[in-house]
Design a protein around this ligand. Structure first.
Ligand code: ZN
Length: 222
């Protein structure tokens, strides 16, 4: 594999696993990472992304997008309590930020275009999640097609976690040597590190590590 890869890095468990997947596949010198400051309430995510990237030995750049926060109405950018139960209006939890992955990948593609990068890597997955429609394989492959047409480039969007359960994602992280970096990641919907352990994101993460029979380096860190 000779191309260069750009990883959309949120500072969480999944994108960190993807970063190590990209390093394994493309080589550390061919990988860089991009983090979006989309007005997320938990600013710790940005620091985690920086820390993970530095630890892995890849560059990290932060791009600002303040539109989601201006739109409001979701629990990640607005001052609303996280409700994992689907709301009656949308059938989705209020952590859904409409269009987020589409916008992220479109900006990532524009960044890649400017830097001569042809491969994007994102941690979206269909399994174990809350049914976010922009994480589906059909959505991503459709977007890839649109980006290739709209920018007249051969762009590939890699989704190494698409069909993996949380357990399988943890096992992949272990196989890729990504576990030490997991101590620097952030998952908690309440913005806590060490994590709160009781929010839906913490529970899902803990379940994955427990099923894999691996101790989470984040919760066991001193
Ligand atoms: Zn939590």
């Amino acid at each position: 594999m000779t191309g260069r890869a750009l990883v959309v890095l949120s500072g969480g468990q999944d994108s960190t696993t993807c970063l190590y997947w990209a390093i394994d596949r493309f080589g550390v010198d061919k990988v860089s990472s991009l983090t979006f400051d989309y007005g997320q309430r938990h600013r710790i995510e940005l620091a985690c992304a920086k820390e993970v990237a530095a630890f892995a030995g890849v560059a990290n750049e932060v791009l600002p997008i303040d539109t989601f926060a201006a739109l409001g109405g979701d629990a990640l950018t607005d001052d609303i309590e996280v409700q994992e139960q689907p709301t009656a209006e949308t059938g989705l939890p209020n952590t859904f930020v409409p269009g987020r992955n589409l916008i992220f990948l479109t900006f990532a593609a524009a960044y890649a275009y400017r830097h001569g990068i042809t491969d994007l890597v994102t941690g979206v997955a269909e399994t174990d999640y809350s049914g976010y429609p922009d994480c589906r394989e059909t959505t991503i492959s459709s977007l890839q097609k649109t980006l290739c047409l709209g920018m007249e480039v051969e762009l590939r969007i890699h989704t190494p976690l698409m069909r993996r359960s949380k357990q399988a994602t943890v096992e992949l992280a272990q196989a890729l040597g990504a576990l030490p970096a997991m101590a620097m990641t952030h998952t908690c919907y309440n913005g806590q590190r060490p994590p709160c352990g009781s929010c839906p994101a913490c529970v899902l993460r803990a379940k994955g590590f427990a099923a894999a029979g691996i101790e989470d380096p984040l919760t066991s860190r001193p």
